[in-house]
Design a protein around this ligand. Structure first.
Ligand code: HEC
Ligand code: HEC
Length: 197
């Protein structure tokens, strides 16, 4: 009987831990993050990146990078100053569990060009195809960012930051790629990705 109770406890433990983490994250989001990123990660305006359905470990890493200064943002640094590693994990879990709303691309021709770059890369410029790392539908992986449904202007700004070595928390993977892309290619791939679900 005692063995059975132990087994039941062990089975319930992760669910309880998730519940506590989600409650903690909800309190933090309600205290500050919601102002820009929305309560469920659907940002208030296109000035702020969407976090709904973003991958958990990727979010936790970005928060740690903002805190250490490895990723620079005058807006985000004060937001994360008081967060513990456990808070960051909890926030990652919370946003990864939210559903992303559809955001159809505004310019279909530009998006079609972007799709070719995303899937095939740039033959002449030797830009690696994004699909190899960010996945068939732009959902990324546990540690690689989801790009599907992200604000186009934010995606383009990050590409420019990687290209110019302003954002350097990616071990130069994205620098090598973005530095070879033209402004038009960046706009096209950002437009395509913003419309993916
Ligand atoms: C005043 C507005 C504002 C508030 C409040 C805010 N953020 Fe942000 N957040 C931003 C901006 C702007 C960026 C983009 C920074 C950049 O350009 O690199 C960002 C970026 C992020 C990113 C990186 C997204 C990505 O795709 O790489 C995460 C994660 C994030 N914020 C989480 C949070 C959390 C968690 C909170 C609350 C503790 C929060 N933010 C509060 C404005 C805000
Ligand atoms: C070799 C693997 C690889 C390829 C190929 C690749 N990426 Fe990335 N990408 C990454 C990594 C790694 C990160 C950063 C993760 C981090 O900050 O921890 C990243 C981050 C990004 C981000 C930032 C997302 C955010 O939420 O801030 C954008 C935008 C992006 N990539 C776009 C692209 C595009 C567009 C292409 C194709 C032209 C591409 N990537 C090809 C590995 C790759």
């Amino acid at each position: 009987m005692r063995a059975l109770a132990l087994v039941l406890c062990l089975a319930a433990a992760p669910a309880l831990a998730d519940g506590a983490a989600l409650a903690r994250a909800k309190a933090i989001v309600g205290g500050s993050c919601f102002l820009c990123h929305g309560t469920r990660g659907e940002s208030a305006t296109e000035l702020y990146p969407r976090l709904a359905a973003q991958n958990s470990a990727y979010i936790a890493k970005q928060l740690a990078n903002f805190k250490s200064g490895a990723r620079k943002s005058a807006t985000m640094q004060p937001m994360v100053a008081a967060l513990t590693p456990a808070d960051m994990d909890a926030l990652g879990l919370y946003f990864s569990r939210q559903t992303s709303e559809p955001h159809p691309a505004e310019d279909a021709r530009l998006a079609a060009l972007g799709m070719a770059i995303y899937r095939l890369g740039g033959a002449a410029t030797e830009v690696a195809a994004c699909i190899g790392c960010h996945g068939e539908r732009g959902h990324g992986s546990e540690t690689l960012p989801r790009l599907a449904g992200q604000v186009a202007a934010y995606l383009a700004a990050q590409m420019r930051n990687f290209g110019a070595r302003v954002r350097t928390n990616d071990n130069a993977v994205m620098h090598t790629i973005a530095a070879k892309m033209s402004a038009a290619e960046i706009r096209a791939v950002a437009e395509y990705l913003s419309g993916l679900e």
